[in-house]
Design a protein around this ligand. Sequence first.
Ligand code: SF4
Ligand code: SF4
Length: 199
Amino acid sequence: MSERSGVPGEGLVKGLAVTLKTMTKRSTTQQYPDVAPELPPRSRGVIALLAENCTVCMLCARECPDWCIYIDSHKEEVAVPGAARPRQRNVLDKFDIDFSLCMYCGICVEVCPFDALYWSPEFEYAEYDIKDLLHDKDHLGEWMATVPPPPAHDPHGDPSKEETTAARKAAAPAARPTPAGPATRVRPEPGAEQGGSPS
Ligand code: SF4
Ligand code: SF4
């Protein structure tokens, strides 16, 4: 018999002690799907599209490591009153994300300069057919209803860039440019010494 065997039944007693100890603790099992899980605010469930903000700059599609964003658009002329020529703007025709390829890295959301992409914590969009994981513009737009509001600013955190800029401008009103633009420089008379006092 080895030294580790000890008193007969010792292991059983230890096991029962662990069982009794665990029985008195509160269970942490989440009863999904009967009870919806409480997800952290920054959960990456699905990507939502705010199509009105999209300027078709293509940055998200170019930066996506999986190349699973497909965008198509056409140009439209917009008449501007008073302008010599009409302006052109991009009109979004197609914006698809293939969630069967997406690796939820979040790069597209980060790089979008116009706040057109958002994370939604919604994750219940499994499909029987993998082809149905291609979400089109309308489907991505529907996810916007599930995007949580942005969290409140941390009172102990750094002020936002906008607040810092506004405070700096308010503190130095003299440095603001006048509506007429920067102060005009007077051209010195020919022969006059630059920087000298008037005689
Ligand atoms: S989360 Fe990443 S992989 Fe998914 S669409 Fe965005 S950039 Fe592509
Ligand atoms: S980066 Fe933003 S604005 Fe540019 S195409 Fe993508 S979603 Fe649209």
